[in-house]
Design a protein around this ligand. Structure first.
Ligand code: GRF
Length: 225
């Protein structure tokens, strides 16, 4: 099977980055190497995680460049130099420039802490609480030029409880984030994700691999003949 060099972009604590590091270490992602961690924040804890695991750390901030497009071109160049085949956004707090997106079409993933297209942008968990939904969750999707608008790869549905705060809901959702991100990367690395318009087809999906994690449906109270 083809080997994949991964690049991770992160701005903060990097718990999703850690979940991917762990998935590589424990053999869940056997054909994947995390080649580089790029951050726009010199204080990001994700940098420490990279160093602890022998992953090349790199700080690239927009201020080092004269324009936004130079910034994203520079990132794309660094990735090309390292033969990167998949870019993973793990809490990267910027809208990615088209220079990078066009350099890696359908090869950039993001994770969002809500069931897109609900509650895009910042604070997806707080938006869900404020709206009063009973179910929220998380979404792994390919990145296009919009904000959280690209084709959906995997979603996990997570209940919102009456006594939830932003913190409790966020941490419940995060547990699922750490599960579905490695899963999406594994499907990609196995060559099983096919983008067809807005839809992502999971080739050869067995039961339990349908791109959805949700509580099982209750028995139908009104069975139809
Ligand atoms: C996560 O909630 C992710 O969904 C969002 O940013 C947060 C990053 O958390 N895109 P971490 O840095 O991976 O811990």
């Amino acid at each position: 099977m083809t080997r994949h060099n991964l690049a991770v972009l992160a701005s903060g604590r990097g718990s999703n980055f850690q979940a991917i590091i762990d998935a590589v270490a424990n053999g869940y992602l056997p054909h994947v190497t995390i080649r580089v961690l790029v951050t726009d924040n010199p204080g990001a804890y994700a940098l420490d995680r990279a160093r602890q695991h022998g992953i090349e750390p790199m700080v690239l901030t927009p201020r080092q460049f004269s324009s936004r497009s130079e910034y994203y071109n520079a990132i794309a160049d660094e990735f090309r130099k390292r033969d990167v085949s998949l870019v993973v956004l793990a809490g990267f707090m910027r809208i990615v420039g088209k220079e990078l997106i066009q350099a890696f079409p359908n090869r950039i993933m993001n994770i969002h802490p809500a069931l897109l297209p609900s509650f895009p942008g910042l604070h997806g968990q707080k938006q869900a609480l404020d709206y009063g939904v009973r179910v929220s969750g998380c979404t792994v999707h390919f990145v296009d030029e919009g904000m959280d608008t690209g084709p959906v790869i995997i979603q996990a549905a997570v209940p919102v409880l009456d006594d939830d705060t932003e913190e409790t809901l966020s941490s419940r959702i995060l547990t699922y984030e750490h599960q579905i991100y490695p899963e999406a990367i594994r499907l990609f690395a196995e060559g099983r994700l096919e983008v067809s318009g807005r839809r992502v087809i999971i080739k050869g999906a067995a039961a339990g691999e349908a791109g959805l994690i949700a509580p099982p449906l209750p028995a139908d109270p009104f069975p139809r003949q």
